[in-house]
Design a protein around this ligand. Structure first.
Ligand code: FAD
Length: 342
């Protein structure tokens, strides 16, 4: 597996060229009227000391637990600005004592059993792209240790039901691998958060993530048919039904649970046919209020654009879409079965 940066977004070998660095520095300098932009060197794993793990790996779990230095660094924080700032400053006072890499649900049950008996906190970890402290391993002094439980080995599409357009999928699969697998059946989950490349199905469900599609199916909630979650006291599995009005939905408790109730191991997800017809355009506005009104009218019109994204002039400029003088509304439509007018 390619090594991800513990101090930034993406893989270790994905760094900016000197020219790209210089271009960003001059943009920041111009924006904040600075004469020069101070920079920090990229931190090296070997320059960072970590506290010794407080718990010993039991023989029965040797296969799935690790105290590897780089893995502990990589599992200390998510990817918010404060996370990356602390990583750049080499501040890692509370790394996980151990990192777990279970191969299957049984491993997870065994890890939770052992952790429960030994007062060790367990924090599920998908892609680690959390921006709200969800994977951070600081748990205070009430626990004798903390484990970051990485789902990366539970990464398979287990079953595809093409008739009902649904699939049973393991929680640790990353966005690109999932879509590659579904593509073989001309299907898609069509859930594309901006962090798609470095986030997982389990993470999407646990955080109630939103994809970039603007209307109709936007949130992961829309696609979940049933879930399986290992909790410290047993496995919870909801029934796979096309729809149900029988009492409160158990999945509603799992979706958005942010890892505090248990570890989601797999889910049946509703799929869609892959869109093959697409049409898109952008509309420029001088006046932001008019751009807002247009966006509201389109979202209330029943047209259901796949994308309906309003960038103010500043954001448009920072995304290299214009010279910063116009607000930009990006619109797109797509379909799996009929052509779209332009
Ligand atoms: C550049 C960037 C862009 C982003 N874009 C979006 C976006 O467009 N839309 C959006 O909604 N969010 C976005 N996010 C936030 C983040 O990517 C999402 O919250 C994503 O769903 C997290 O998935 P993950 O696999 O990385 O989960 P992690 O970050 O590993 O975990 C997130 C939380 O879920 C829990 N968790 C993870 N896996 C499981 C599991 N199997 N069982 C139980 N709990 C689990 C963790 O304990 C943690 O609390 C973005 C973040 C970044 C850095």
């Amino acid at each position: 597996m390619k090594e991800r940066k513990f101090w930034g977004w993406g893989y270790q070998d994905q760094v900016l060229s000197n020219e790209e660095d210089a271009a960003i520095e001059s943009l920041i300098a111009a924006h904040f009227s600075l004469d020069e932009v101070p920079t920090l060197p990229i931190p090296l794993a070997e320059d960072i000391d970590l506290p010794t793990p407080r718990v010993k790996i039991p023989q029965t779990l040797e296969k799935v637990l690790s105290e590897d230095h780089l893995e502990r660094l990589n599992h200390t924080y998510g990817k918010s600005f404060p996370d990356l700032a602390r990583a750049m400053l080499k501040e890692f006072p509370h790394p996980p004592d151990l990192v777990a890499f279970p191969d299957d649900q049984e491993d997870i049950v065994n890890i939770l059993d052992w952790a429960n008996q030994n007062n060790i906190a367990v924090i599920p970890y998908g892609g680690g792209s959390s921006v709200c402290g969800g994977v951070e391993t600081y748990v205070g002094d009430d626990y004798s240790g903390v484990i970051s439980l990485d789902l990366r080995n539970l990464d398979q599409v287990l079953e595809i039901d093409t008739t009902s357009r649904a699939a049973r999928i393991q929680a640790g699969i990353f966005g690109p691998a999932l879509e590659d697998e579904l593509k073989k059946s001309d299907l898609t989950l069509r859930h594309f958060p901006q962090s798609f490349e470095h986030s997982t199905l389990g993470g999407w469900i646990a955080t109630r993530s939103g994809g970039h599609f603007a209307t109709l199916y936007t949130h992961i909630d829309d696609f979940v048919e049933s879930t399986t979650m290992v909790t410290p006291t047993g496995v919870v599995e909801s029934r796979r039904l096309p729809g149900s009005g029988a009492g409160p939905s158990p999945d509603r408790m799992v979706i958005g649970s942010e890892g505090i109730l248990g570890v989601i191991t797999e889910a049946w997800m509703r799929l869609q046919n892959r869109p093959i017809f697409r049409s898109s355009c952008s509309v420029e506005f001088d006046n932001y209020q008019k751009a807002l009104n247009a966006t509201r009218l389109i979202s209330q019109s029943g047209l259901y654009p796949a994308n309906c994204r309003l960038l103010d002039a500043n954001e448009a400029f920072l995304n290299s879409a214009g010279d910063g003088s116009k607000h930009l509304l990006i619109l797109s439509f797509e379909s799996a079965d009929h052509e779209l007018g332009t």
